[in-house]
Design a protein around this ligand. Structure first.
Ligand code: PEP
Ligand code: MN
Length: 359
């Protein structure tokens, strides 16, 4: 299936500035909160003011947003600051209300992106409008759903499209609210390079402490912007209070960010990097040869097991391999997470090799 998208690169708003900054409260709560937050953010160079009006809450009985009464507050924020204003839409009614009240930009939330019916309905309602749309990744780590949502919008003529990386839901202990799984937005960028990707550190982290490091990683991976929650008084926020920054805290975070060059510039830099890259290429070749040799042994094992009528998988052996390799890798300074991933893949491919020999 083709990943092709038609993107209006010239008109992607504020794209020449890096990072593109989208900030504002998780939810619009009162006219005063909206306008005061917007005024403080405008002074920091924020390009787009965000505020949720219809809030997709995991559990009922929590604050679900102010609804349409808040739309004029956003308009006032826009008039008083000159910032573009954005809100989340999840159905056709939201789209109509947002457009009728002069909302400049809309975003599709993570729960909605995961539902192709909902995305298609929103796309159909947007046909004929020339409005920028930010598409958050689906809550589950499925790049196809993410690309699919971008394509549904593109097919009705939306050419100002952005992707928002907000992490992926996870069952179990994690230091993140939604672990970032950076390999997914990196792959998105490889497959559809014309769509800018902004990172939403707020929903990735769920608290203030990791926001800076996630934002810095996003910049070091050359993503295009930050979509970050801020509130004039986070302690009193009605949703996501732990993760929202005051405008002053946002200012400190932005000042600390180091923006590195994304192009390799001088001949000297190029020369140094090329030397190192040549070494990487050689090591990769070596690595491939080593893995192939290991697979050859797996084939021999397969032949032996076939002759003796022994099953391919012996769970004890696999557990002891993993334990042993983890110990050794730890001593070499490599993370458990990485080694587990690598050895699971190697083990699976060994099974495939044995399987081919046996059957
Ligand atoms: C939000 O941006 O406030 C929001 C609800 O985000 P997500 O869809 O990423 O959970
Ligand atoms: Mn939020």
């Amino acid at each position: 299936m083709s990943d092709e998208l038609i993107i209006n690169k010239e008109e992607l708003c504020c794209h020449s500035e890096r990072p593109l900054l989208i900030s504002g409260p998780c939810s619009a709560e009162s006219e005063k909160q909206v306008v005061e937050t917007a005024k403080a953010l405008a002074g920091l160079g924020v390009n787009i003011f965000r505020a949720g009006i219809w809030k997709p809450r995991t559990r009922p009985g929590t604050f679900e947003g102010m609804g349409s009464v808040a739309l004029p507050w956003l308009r006032r924020a826009k008039e008083e600051t000159g910032m573009l204003v954005a809100t989340e839409v999840a159905n056709v009614w939201h789209v109509k209300e947002a457009i009728n009240h002069g909302i400049d930009i809309i975003w599709i939330g993570a729960r909605t992106t995961a539902n192709p019916f909902a995305v298609q309905e929103i796309a159909d309602a947007l046909r004929g409008y020339d409005i920028p749309v930010f598409v958050k990744n689906p809550i589950n780590p499925d790049i196809e759903l993410w690309i699919g949502a971008l394509q549904r919008l593109n097919k009705v003529g939306i050419e100002k499209l952005y992707a928002v990386h907000r992490g992926f839901s996870y069952y179990g202990e994690s230091s993140y609210r939604n672990p970032p799984q950076w390999e997914i937005p990196i792959e998105l960028k490889r497959r559809i390079p014309d769509v800018p990707i902004v990172t939403d550190p707020s929903h990735i982290c769920g608290s203030k402490d990791l926001l800076f490091s996630v934002s810095q990683t996003a910049m070091d991976l050359d993503f295009d912007g930050l979509f970050i929650e801020s509130h004039i008084n986070p302690e009193e926020a009605l949703s996501d209070k732990e993760q929202q920054l005051t405008p002053d805290e946002l200012s400190v975070l932005l000042d600390r960010l180091i923006l590195r060059n994304h192009d390799v510039e001088s001949a000297k830099q190029l020369e140094n990097l090329e030397g190192l890259r040549r070494q990487i290429d050689q090591w990769d070749e070596e690595l491939l040869r080593i893995i192939r040799s290991r697979m050859a042994i797996s084939e021999q094992i397969g032949e032996y097991k076939k002759k003796e009528g022994i099953t391919i998988l012996q769970t004890n052996r696999w557990s002891s391999i993993l334990e042993d390799r983890l110990l050794k890798a730890r001593e070499m300074g490599m993370s458990d997470q990485f080694i587990i991933k690598v050895f699971k893949q190697i083990h699976q491919e060994s099974i495939n090799f044995q399987n081919r020999v046996m059957n």
